[in-house]
Design a protein around this ligand. Structure first.
Ligand code: AR6
Length: 169
């Protein structure tokens, strides 16, 4: 049963002791607001330097760096789409961001990964639709891959917990 590998956790992703936390990044991989700002603050200046060296990341893809001062060993920077009403390929791009992050985790033999609700803050993606894409993409991945073995969905507030629970039913 694939959902046995998925768990909802509520709170700040920067405190999670997992192999990788995912950053909801922008395509230039610059420190921003939201979860991205929190991750950069907690990781320290080494993270920005590592991100700059990567030279950006297209929407729908992901890149990996060390975690620096974070409890997490790595940060996977996944770039979700800006919501533009839903007919601009947003769902495919969001699914691509999740798949790329999972692929990087598998390639680096990471056992555990935690995702924030990519694109649902500053980028405006409706929470219920985004969590449905996240859960669908993760379930598809789990069916065909052994790693990462444990996948955490990090909900920043009670609404996100509710949305993840609904998506998992
Ligand atoms: N831990 C877990 N989740 C969080 C945290 C946290 N510490 N802080 C916020 N969230 P957002 P986006 C949730 O805006 O929409 C940045 O400037 C938040 O409640 O962080 O993908 C980047 O650099 C929301 O559900 O990311 C980009 O420019 C979710 O994380 C842009 O924002 C994502 O919200 C990306 O926008």
């Amino acid at each position: 049963m694939s959902d046995a590998r998925i768990e909802i956790v509520e709170g700040d992703i920067t405190g999670l002791e997992v192999d990788a936390i995912v950053n909801a990044a922008n395509d230039r991989l610059l420190p921003g607001g939201g979860v991205c700002g929190a991750i950069h603050r907690a990781a320290g200046p080494g993270l920005e330097e590592a991100c700059l060296a990567l030279g950006g990341c297209p929407v729908g893809e992901a890149r990996i760096t060390p975690g620096f001062r974070l409890p997490a060993r790595c940060v996977i920077h996944a770039v979700g789409p800006v919501w533009r009403g839903g007919d601009q390929d947003e769902a495919a791009l969001l699914a691509g961001a999740y798949r790329s992050a999972l692929r990087l985790a598998a390639e680096h033999q990471l056992d555990s990964i935690a995702f924030p609700a990519i694109s649902t803050g500053i980028y405006g993606y409706p929470l219920e639709e985004a969590t449905a894409v996240a859960v669908g993409t993760i379930r598809d991945w789990i069916r065909e891959h052994k790693q990462p073995r444990r996948i955490f969905l990090c909900a920043f507030d009670a609404d996100a917990v509710k949305a993840y629970r609904a998506a998992l039913t």
